[in-house]
Ligand binder design. Structure first.
Ligand code: F6P
Length: 462
């Protein structure tokens, strides 16, 4: 039997007509909405009558709803649905698989490793599974890292700890040397758990494999607590990370409450994307000000950071600030980070960030001193604490499903793809497509609007 997305929505796949989904209204809406009034110049993206979400968005179900076959489904852009296929490409009895974890930690890495091993072993009967140590370094034979043999027993309880039992590292390695190793070890599928840099590495691997005409599949499982991988609603570990951040924001508030004109400030990871800061602030409900890389920050001015702090202090007597590490980088003068300077980039090629938390703390203190007023800033940087925790229950389930779908995709002979999630379905995303974009918070979108409505801060700093 072939599965459709509707089959995955258990209990919801009865045939429905449009009228079954229509919402009753009390009458025509004639009054202009005031929602724009406090939202600055750019206005709000209002929802129109045509903004509907299809009950079932699979092409097969669309044909059914329209009462006619869509004659050329290939003309519609559509992701392949993830899941088990009735025919597979690799013979599990002889297949040898590898797993590698790359880049920074994220809660749930061990869950995904465990899930891949269990699905390979129990679902398909694969008996040869190895874990490469310390990221792509582990695939470079001359560096001498011995791969770990992975079995259901060896991974049984690894998910109770954060981090990755395989170890990780940043930075690219030579694709030719890595493929030499995969070939020499008879690997049929390599599962790569990593972020954007690691997916670029995986693409180079796939290209080298294709150039040599080898039959080695490369399957990516996107990993980043920045949640900036496109074509995926949320990356694994994100819920765990922002839930942990909520406790820290609460501590910052308690500290702020205890001081006269108290200011509590928490810095969270998020190099180019402020998803973690936004979501943690929303979940905590205790943040008064959120600063993210996507929204330019000014300190002075009527709607600058200082004025916002003053207003909240006047109203509540204390302020809680959540700042993403990539926010307001342009404000910080740091001679060590001059372009081209050795050491100004990490091994993944990312520009090393200047510490916005320390900078803001010092600027706020200086501002209050100039004004002749007393304040206390309690600055907390929990970055690595948050990243290294075990996955929360919701992420545990999510990691398990990611892992299962990665295995199904690999066994079916797919390659140069990663597991994504689109409209609530696990899907296959071409790696080249995912690597060509990054996801950031839309300053005109609903997430940012939700943050400013929750905090009461201005939509833009000016
Ligand atoms: O993986 C992305 C990330 O979480 C960024 O938010 C952060 O800048 C980076 O990792 C820091 O990781 P590390 O210190 O391990 O290089």
């Amino acid at each position: 039997m072939v599965m459709t997305p509707a089959d995955h929505q258990e209990g919801q796949n009865a045939r429905l007509m449009p009228q079954d989904l229509a919402i009753d209204t009390l009458g025509r809406c004639l009054l202009p909405s005031p929602v724009t009034r406090h939202l600055g110049q750019r206005g709000v993206k209002f929802v129109g009558e045509a903004d509907k979400v299809l009950f079932d968005d699979s092409i097969s179900s669309l044909s059914l709803s329209l009462g006619q076959t869509i004659t050329d489904p290939s003309s519609l852009p559509a992701f392949e649905l993830a899941g088990p296929r009735d025919k597979i490409f690799f013979d599990p009895r002889t297949l040898r698989c590898g797993i590698v974890t790359c880049g920074g930690l994220a809660p749930g890495l061990n869950n995904v490793i465990r899930g891949i091993v269990l699905e390979l072993w129990a679902g398909y009967g694969v008996r040869q599974i190895v874990g490469y140590r310390f990221g792509y370094e582990g695939l470079i034979a001359r560096l001498g890292h011995q791969p770990m043999v992975l079995t259901p027993e060896s991974v049984a309880s690894i998910h109770h700890e954060g981090g990755t039992v395989l170890g990780t590292s940043r930075g690219a390695q030579d694709a030719g040397e890595m493929v030499d190793n995969l070939e020499a070890n008879g690997i049929g599928i390599l599962f790569v758990l990593g972020g954007d840099g690691s997916m670029n590495g995986a693409l180079s691997l796939s290209a080298e494999i294709a150039r040599r005409g080898l039959r080695i599949g490369i399957i990516g499982v996107p990993k980043t607590i920045d949640n900036d991988v496109p074509f995926i609603d949320r990356s694994f570990g994100f819920v765990s990370a922002y839930s942990a951040a909520v406790d820290v924001i609460h501590s910052a508030r308690i500290e702020a409450l205890a001081a006269r004109n108290g200011i509590g400030m928490v810095k969270l990871m998020g190099r180019h994307a402020g998803f973690l800061a936004c979501q943690a602030a929303l979940a905590s409900t205790e943040a008064d000000l959120v600063l993210i890389p996507e929204v330019p920050v000014v300190l002075e001015g009527n709607n600058g950071v200082f004025a916002c702090i003053e207003r909240v202090l006047a109203r509540k007597g204390h302020v809680v600030i959540v700042v993403a590490e990539g926010a307001a980088q342009n404000l910080i003068v740091d001679p060590d980070a001059a372009p081209g300077r050795v050491g100004s980039r990490d091994k993944s090629g990312n520009a090393k960030l200047k510490d916005i938390g320390v900078f803001l703390r010092d600027q706020i203190l200086a501002h209050f001193e100039t004004e002749g007023r007393e304040t206390t800033v309690k600055y907390i940087d929990p970055s690595y604490t948050i990243r290294s925790i075990p996955a929360c229950p919701s992420d545990s389930v999510y990691c398990w499903d990611m892992a299962r779908n990665a295995v199904h995709a690999g066994l079916a002979g797919n390659t140069a793809m990663l597991i994504g999630r689109w409209h609530g379905h696990f899907v296959h995303v071409p790696m080249a497509l995912a690597s060509s974009k990054t996801r950031t918070v839309d300053p005109d979108g609903d997430l940012w609007m939700s943050v400013i409505e929750s905090t009461g801060q201005p939509r833009e700093f000016a």
